[in-house]
Design a binder for this molecule. Structure first.
Ligand code: RB5
Length: 168
């Protein structure tokens, strides 16, 4: 796991429950501290309730990442992204997991249990947990604009000066 993080909050709705349990079996023995925020059965529940709980925990603990699982990953992603400071990404491919961390500094991974199988979900999760954010100025600036669009990304480095007209 990326040394910047020490905790992973995981949550699912009923559709994602089985995949959540599979991921826990795989990641806990690897020393990943996974805190399960539910659901704990396959009884039908509303995914936004779990998405909010995991989002709140991730915002409280800057050394944490989140994993949210529903049928498609879409409902979890939509709800999580309503929370300022959360950057949730649904990933169906390893490259999406890598780039979500490296360029977008995503702090929640969303998975769709009806879209991908357990093996791919494990692989995607592994990549997401290990990949660092590339803290280059352009990525920091762009992520700042996601988090604070009204201010054009307040708190981020000033954009590079315009190139002079006679410049290449
Ligand atoms: C539940 O049937 C399903 O709608 C939910 O798991 C999720 O896919 C929503 O985005």
């Amino acid at each position: 796991m990326n040394p910047k993080f020490d905790t992973v909050y995981i949550g699912s709705d009923h559709a994602g429950y089985n995949l959540k349990e599979e991921l826990k079996k795989y990641f806990e023995p690897k020393g990943v501290k996974l805190l399960d925020l539910g659901t704990f059965t396959t009884d039908s529940i509303d995914y936004p309730d779990i998405a909010r709980e995991v989002s709140e925990k991730v915002l409280e603990n800057p050394k944490s990442l989140g994993i949210l699982i529903c049928g498609t990953g879409i409902g979890m992603m939509m709800t999580a992204n309503k929370n300022a400071g959360i950057r949730a990404a649904v990933c169906t491919h390893e490259l999406m997991a890598k780039m979500a961390r490296a360029h977008n500094n995503a702090n929640i991974l969303c998975l769709g249990s009806r879209i991908i199988g357990v093996e791919l979900a494990r692989h995607i999760t592994e990549i997401f947990l290990e990949t660092p954010f590339e803290e280059e100025e352009r990525h920091v600036r762009r992520v700042g604009k996601i988090d604070n669009p009204a201010a054009g990304g307040a708190g981020t480095p000033a954009p590079a000066p315009e190139k002079p007209e006679d410049c290449c």
